[in-house]
Design a protein around this ligand. Structure first.
Ligand SMILES: *Cc1c(COP(=O)(O)O)cnc(C)c1O
Length: 385
């Protein structure tokens, strides 16, 4: 058994990030400025996006997306229950109604056939989450959106580096939101970005800094002016140059990070694929998985313990894990406001009871992965029915 605790995640931050941040600290400019603009430019190139705006979180990016598209009271936004609080909370913030639609059993992404049935005359957007980094079937969602005159918003918090049919997630015209939270594939501590068409991003940029007229962020610099106008009541969602500096150093490493994630995933897949108590993640043809999460599923009928005990047993063996997610419709606010019972979205609910996210990241050594494998196999054998 492993001697020290292996956490669910560790940061992959080094000297390069420290040097970039030190440059900013010594530059005399900490807020949104030249580093943020450079990070936006490099992200835009990396994604092949028409335009990119950096903000202070993915939650802000999701909120801005709804506001930019003019979604509000009386409108409906279709989304998935297999997501984090942020995706659905922002729909409440704009006073629209989140319409939760069940997921596909294999990818745990929102199910296009069920989305088609859930579209109504009030539907203004479909918010697609690329669960764990496996792209959702974007062609189907774009077809539904075109046929019904609604928008697609992508929650790509898990999906930096993912591709759908040869195109990067975030390279399209529709608004796509990324997270640079500490656990994500690229981190700035806290942070996020929004990609999409130049028009949508220009409006999001204005709204991300109090709704001030263009270049207001330069108002304290030599090239700026003290004069600005409030065009709309916007938000305080801008990214700082300190965050952007970390992001720039991280972006230079992202290809190596992804390669390492894939190596760990193949160690896991090889070790678990023939175990009858376990089910490895799906990878459909035509996509590139960004492997934000490695979500192992338990065949509960083959085990004498449930998922929660499985996690406890792994912890006793010094392996940290997590669960993604407790479905949205089971949480008290959404269950009571919209009258959901767990079985209303049966696939999301049933699958959520048998998922375990294993440690996965570029910080892991082969030995770390072997320790996880040994413990998972040991728990699975010990509690075999
Ligand atoms: C992490 C996450 C978010 C929120 O990201 P923040 O940058 O912390 O706001 C949104 N959606 C999903 C699916 C996430 O995993």
């Amino acid at each position: 058994m492993r001697g020290d605790f292996l956490p669910f995640y560790r940061l992959s931050i080094g000297q390069e990030e420290a040097e970039e941040v030190l440059q900013v600290l010594n530059s005399g400019w900490l807020s949104t400025g030249p580093k943020t603009r450079l990070f936006e430019e490099e992200l835009k190139n990396f994604l092949g996006a028409p335009a990119v705006l950096c903000v202070n979180s993915c939650t802000s990016a999701l909120h801005l997306s709804l506001v930019v598209l003019g979604i509000g009271s009386g409108d409906e936004v279709i989304t998935t229950p297999m997501t984090f609080a942020a995706s659905v909370n922002v729909i409440e913030h704009v006073r629209a109604r989140p319409v939760l639609v069940d997921v596909e059993r294999d990818t745990l992404n929102i199910n296009p056939e069920l989305v088609e049935k859930a579209v109504s005359s009030r539907t203004r957007a479909i918010m697609v989450v690329h669960y764990a980094g496996h792209p959702a079937e974007l062609d189907s969602f774009h077809a539904i959106a075109r046929a019904n005159g609604c928008h697609i918003i992508e929650d790509a918090a898990h999906a930096l580096s993912a591709q759908y049919r040869g195109k990067s997630i975030g390279s399209g015209e529709n608004l796509t939101c990324f997270s640079f939270y500490a656990t994500k594939n690229l981190t700035t501590g806290e942070g996020g970005a929004l990609s999409g068409s130049a028009d949508l991003i220009a409006r999001a940029r204005m709204l991300s800094l109090h709704g001030l007229s263009e270049h207001a962020w330069l108002r304290y610099s030599r090239s700026g002016s003290w004069r600005y106008q409030i065009v709309e009541p916007g938000f305080k969602y801008n990214m700082s140059d300190i965050q952007a500096a970390i992001g720039l150093a991280q972006l230079r490493k992202i290809t190596d990070f992804q390669k390492r994630r894939e190596e760990i995933v193949s160690l896991y897949n090889d070790a678990f694929k023939d175990n009858e108590a376990l089910e490895i993640p799906t990878e459909r043809p035509g996509i590139k998985h960004s492997w934000h999460l490695y979500v192992l599923r338990l065949h509960l009928k083959a085990l004498r313990i449930g998922r929660d005990e499985f996690i406890d047993e792994l912890k006793k063996r010094n392996i940290g894990t997590s669960v993604h997610f407790i479905p949205i419709h089971v949480h008290p606010y959404y269950a009571s406001k919209y009258g959901y019972s767990p079985s209303d979205l049966p696939v999301a609910y049933e699958e959520s009871l048998r998922v375990v996210s294993l440690p996965l990241g570029p910080w892991m050594t082969d030995q770390d992965a072997y320790d996880v494998i040994e413990s998972v196999n040991n728990v699975a054998v010990t509690y075999r029915r």
